[in-house]
Design a protein around this ligand. Sequence first.
Ligand code: FO1
Length: 311
Amino acid sequence: MRLLAIAGGVGGAKLALGLARLLPPDDLRIVVNTGDDETFHGLHVSPDLDTVTYTLAGLSNEEMGWGLAGESFRALEALGRLGADTWFRLGDLDLATHIRRTDLLRQGATLTEATREIASRLGVRHAVVPMSDEPVRTIALTDEGELAFQDYFVRRRCEPRIAGVRLDGAEYAAPSPAFTAALAEADAIVFCPSNPLVSVGPILALPGVRAAIEGFGGPRIGVSPIVGGTAVKGPAANMMAELGEEVSCVGVARRYAGLLDRFVIDAVDAAHADTVAQLGVRPHVANTLMTTEADKVALAREVLALAGGAA
Ligand code: FO1
């Protein structure tokens, strides 16, 4: 069973970890959003790639929800003293990743190659694949104007009202060769419980990706990131509400119409199952909150069973 998992940050990383515990490295490829990437202090920062990589490596900082465990911020304090902006909190250990990635890119590596090198040095055996080697930048269109994603999300804490997003570069950015290969070779596709608008959206916006998933021959399984009318983590619920979408697993299923065969919704949302089914997606009710590693593995097991490759 070769699985392609589509992921953004924290929620995607959690399910990816569960899947990685059940599938051998050759059978799982995790394609990750890079629309959140940004340059800070001249360094290429790829938050979602790092969240997935650190989680698979067992190094992630669970309290912060980003970066590395045991982090400190002395370099950032020093940068602040020197007049640099420090609202994006890059930790001392995390900075090593961004320095290394930036250096590899400067030497001519693709983002896929740089990610593979960093992940393998951190002991990750499954493939963590950037959606594209070319730049795509998510821009929040807000009532206070256009804001680069991290500006909107971190500096402004999602306070400006969002009216939509623009995905700069997505029209022209080819899916990375490793993503294209994963799509061609996959037996099943899993949409991890990531933000449908700003995590999965940029991946689907790349040329040919939506059509390839629409025409995919195997099972396509999604997991709702909205549980009981709120996002498990991050701004998805807030964004969906401001965009006038239904903030529920139904709203997410609507966004993914035509792309999914099965949609895993949480037990607290069981009452929505019929409405999801009316959208042409067969619902599957499960416990989707992934607090412990056992939760992650249990949900991954359900997903694999739906994909027809019970582990
Ligand atoms: N999120 C925050 O809310 N505040 C931060 O200061 C912050 C710093 C940061 C540094 C490195 C990194 O990889 C991620 C970081 N994040 C921070 C998270 C990031 O903004 C988001 O999680 C993703 O872009 C959304 O998936």
